[in-house]
Design a binder for this molecule. Structure first.
Ligand code: FE
Length: 249
């Protein structure tokens, strides 16, 4: 399997490029519109053909590149059925493996950050989106967020994966790249150890996070598979502009 972990610095998003060496088919998980050129160049450099873009959920902090990628290279758009993204070509459901070349992804419904959030298991890796971050988790105060649901998603489904499973999150804000199920079970301060659901509820209710500055544009744009709003204020214009220089992992 061909694997690249790519970083988008504006929203601190990880995009995962995964390629099948046998068929040359590739997938981008959580691609961001501002780094589309960088990601396509990487697909091409590796001699792959982009078959799908796959999102873990309707993002509130960036615009997905799904639609632009489809327009540029004809990749199909896959999204969780539970997120009700009508423009998606493939509606992913738990229990229905998603095959790309010889690779088989197992979609897992992991609600709590959003109601329709999905994680994807591929062999020894799990792409956890915003359900489980490294020593953290996504917020639960928007988009039908629900701390109780997130507790059950992480502890009931993600922590039930083999301990050795590598955890690849959708974001990290402190330059950490990868964790594992056992490490999160032991070290995650919100969800690990003996943390009770009551404690988790309290932690999430007490975060006092600011209102997400891009959410009012990102959510409607992403419900359309990644449309940049026409009325974007100047201070947010970077969220829809191609990044010319971008660090790459
Ligand atoms: Fe998110």
């Amino acid at each position: 399997m061909i694997f690249r972990q790519l970083f988008e610095p504006l929203s601190s998003t990880y995009t995962y490029l995964i390629g099948c060496p046998e068929t040359g088919q590739a997938v981008l998980i959580d691609p961001v519109v501002v780094t589309l050129e960088r990601d396509l160049a990487e697909v091409q450099r590796l001699g792959l053909k982009l078959a799908y873009s796959v999102d873990t959920h309707v993002h509130a902090d960036h615009i997905t590149a799904a639609l632009e990628l489809k327009n540029r290279v004809g990749s199909a758009i896959a999204a969780p059925a539970a997120e009700r993204v009508a423009c998606a070509d493939v509606q992913l459901e738990e229990g229905r493996p998603f095959e790309v070349g010889t690779m088989v992804f197992q979609p897992l419904h992991t609600p709590g950050h959003t109601a329709g959030h999905f994680a994807y298991v591929l062999g020894e890796r799990v792409f956890t989106g915003d359900a489980l971050l490294i020593e953290g988790c996504g917020r639960t105060d928007f988009q039908q967020g629900d701390a109780d649901a997130l507790y059950h998603s992480v502890r009931g489904k993600l922590f039930a994966l083999p301990d050795e499973t590598l955890v690849y999150p959708a974001h990290d804000y402190q330059k950490r790249w990868v964790s594992s199920v056992i490490q999160e079970k032991q070290r995650n301060p919100r969800l690990g150890g003996e943390r009770s659901i009551e404690e988790f509820r309290e932690i999430m209710a007490g975060l006092n996070l600011p209102y997400p500055k891009f959410i009012d544009y990102a959510v409607p744009g992403n419900q359309q598979c990644g449309v940049c709003p026409a009325d974007l204020p100047e201070n947010l214009s970077n969220y829809c502009r191609q990044m010319t220089e971008s660090p790459q992992g």
